[in-house]
Design a binder for this molecule. Structure first.
Ligand code: SIN
Length: 286
């Protein structure tokens, strides 16, 4: 190990101390990747990354996905198609420069409505409000480890439909017809319990609650079981709440975490840049 780290909580996350991500060497990149495998989320404070430097650092963790089109139909940053802007700030024409506004972003894992979702996401703070806008991470390996056996038995071998209609801010995705029927909604089916391809650790894989459905189950039964799973998965002991400082980079493993964001004052400014490390394989059943 070449990195100095300390746990963020007993169940999820490590803070990596004393590194400048613009200048880390190959052994440190390998250590970062294995810390992420182990802790499912990493915090690195005190960075000064230009958009290009954020993309260059993220690329060292893997191939990057191009940013999805945001709610206003933009793919955003000129010359950097991998960079996604999360912001409530509006341009001179009153159009949001990024996604997700100032409201709550509900618990979710990124883009699991795709067959092959991104392995990890990196979110970098450029402007933050004086209060609100905290980001929460929940560790899904810890949640599965602590799951009552009876609850686990009800989802073993099952698949969950992950909805592609709405994003975590409740906005309808570009080009999608709104629906609240999970059976016909766009999305993907993934195993409810997956195995991490690098650490081999098992994790609960829920995606997002809205429009979710447990394949083959009658709707009311599926909803009741999903509610029980979500209540368990988001228990405080599995979560870390991140209060942002400018220059923080938070990286989470989408195969082992959920995340959400607190709302904040719409009159305040919040500007974050996000990159996503492409999925190397579809989520595999444990
Ligand atoms: C996200 O859900 O990807 C963004 C979270 C945040 O804005 O803190």
């Amino acid at each position: 190990m070449t990195l100095n780290t300390r746990p963020l909580t007993p169940s999820v996350g490590l803070e990596v101390l004393g590194v400048d991500l613009r200048h880390i060497d190959m052994p440190q990149v390998a250590d970062l990747a294995s810390c992420l495998d182990r802790a499912s989320a990493l915090l690195v404070r005190g960075q000064t990354l230009t958009p290009r430097e954020l993309v260059a650092f993220s690329r060292r963790l893997g191939t990057l996905d191009e940013a999805p089109v945001n709610e206003t139909g933009k793919t955003v940053v000129e010359g950097l198609p991998e960079l996604y802007v999360v912001s409530n700030i509006k341009d001179a024409n009153g159009v949001a420069i990024g996604s997700l506004g100032a409201g709550e972003a509900v618990w979710h894992t990124d883009m699991s409505y795709l067959e092959n979702p991104p392995d990890a996401s990196a979110l970098y703070a450029i402007e933050i409000p004086s209060e609100g806008g905290d980001t929460w991470i929940a560790g899904m390996a810890a949640a599965l480890d602590a799951m009552p056996a009876g609850l686990r038995a009800r989802i073993e071998g099952r698949r969950i439909k992950h909805d592609g209609t709405y994003n975590s801010g409740g906005y309808v995705r570009q080009g999608v017809t709104p629906t609240d029927d999970p059976l016909t909604a766009p999305g993907a089916l993934h195993p409810a319990i997956i195995q991490h391809p690098r650490s081999s650790r098992e994790a609960l894989y829920l995606g997002r609650r809205r429009n979710a459905w447990i394949e083959g189950m009658e709707r009311a039964k599926s909803d009741a079981l999903l509610d029980a799973l979500w209540a368990h998965a988001t228990r405080p002991e599995f979560t870390y709440k991140h209060r942002w400082q400018v220059g923080d980079l938070l990286i989470w493993d989408n195969r082992a975490t959920l995340h959400r964001r607190d709302p904040f004052d719409p009159a305040a400014r919040r500007l974050m840049h996000r990159t996503q490390i492409s999925g190397k394989s579809i989520p595999i059943s444990a």
